[in-house]
Design a binder for this molecule. Structure first.
Ligand code: UDP
Length: 240
């Protein structure tokens, strides 16, 4: 009999910033390889893994909008394209160690990846393939955190696992306040009312409305991605 784990299907959100590691390049191949290895270890256990990848290591729409006449929507489309670059990099890394992986983009780029088709994504997952969702929601003015919340609801993922460069959610900014405390559990309402900057409001509200918990954890700690996916306690748990 198969051992049972807390989650059967998870959505892992990897921010662009996390992919950069401490490299001056945009992507640190050590990080993508670490992600691939850890994901491989859990797909072998039968846990289904979908990934939403960010693009902040390459381009963030909001910080470019306004400069040199770049309007927000155009800037955001560039940001969404950045996530596709990360997705293809991650896919190639995963496949190099034998994990069948499909990239699906929120807008069509058929020569490069499949278009997002919900039923097809679910089928891939059922067959044990990893699916990477790229290009966010396909809409400007949104974020890849919102894409993670949206896709998790669409594919019935049981949790959003948000991999970051920090250990979880603190009661204050740990970079400024050495006494800031790491919080074990939070409610969605805590995040909203205390304006904790763990996820944007659109994303956290969507998770709340669909009862999808969010786990925030540090992907730089060895083994933490696979622990998070297996449902062990890592970082901060946000739920009802
Ligand atoms: N973006 C967008 N719509 C989406 C998702 C992303 O317009 O649904 C753009 C936006 O400009 C954003 C950029 O893509 O700044 C990169 O995504 P994000 O900042 O969420 O990446 P992360 O912070 O996870 O690296």
């Amino acid at each position: 009999e198969k051992p049972s784990f807390k989650w059967r299907r998870v959505l892992l959100k990897v921010s662009g910033e996390a992919l950069a590691g401490d490299q001056t390049q945009n992507i640190d191949p050590k990080i993508t390889m670490a992600i691939a290895r850890e994901v491989a270890s859990v797909t072998r256990l039968g846990i289904e893994v979908a990934i939403v990848v960010g693009g902040g290591n390459i381009f963030r729409g909001a910080s470019w909008a306004g400069s040199s006449g770049l309007d927000r929507s155009s800037a955001d489309y560039i940001g969404m394209l950045a996530t596709v670059m990360n997705a293809i990099f991650l896919q190639a890394t995963m496949e190099s160690i034998g994990i069948p992986t499909r990239v699906q983009t929120a807008f069509r780029m058929s020569e490069v990846a499949e278009p997002y088709i919900r039923r097809r994504a679910v089928r891939h997952l059922e067959k044990g393939r990893v699916v990477i969702f790229a290009a966010g929601t396909g809409n400007p003015f949104f974020t890849t955190d919102t894409a993670a919340a949206l896709r998790s609801a669409e594919i019935n993922a049981e949790v959003v696992l948000k991999a970051t460069n920090v250990d979880g959610v603190y009661d204050d900014d740990p970079r400024c306040n050495p006494n800031a405390r790491l919080l074990d559990t939070l409610t969605y309402q805590d995040v909203i009312s205390k304006e904790l900057t763990v996820m944007d409001l659109t994303a956290i509200t969507l998770c709340q409305e669909n009862n999808i918990p969010v786990v925030v954890f540090n992907l730089n700690k060895p083994g933490y991605i696979s622990k998070a996916i297996r449902g062990e306690s890592v970082g901060t748990f946000i739920g009802g």
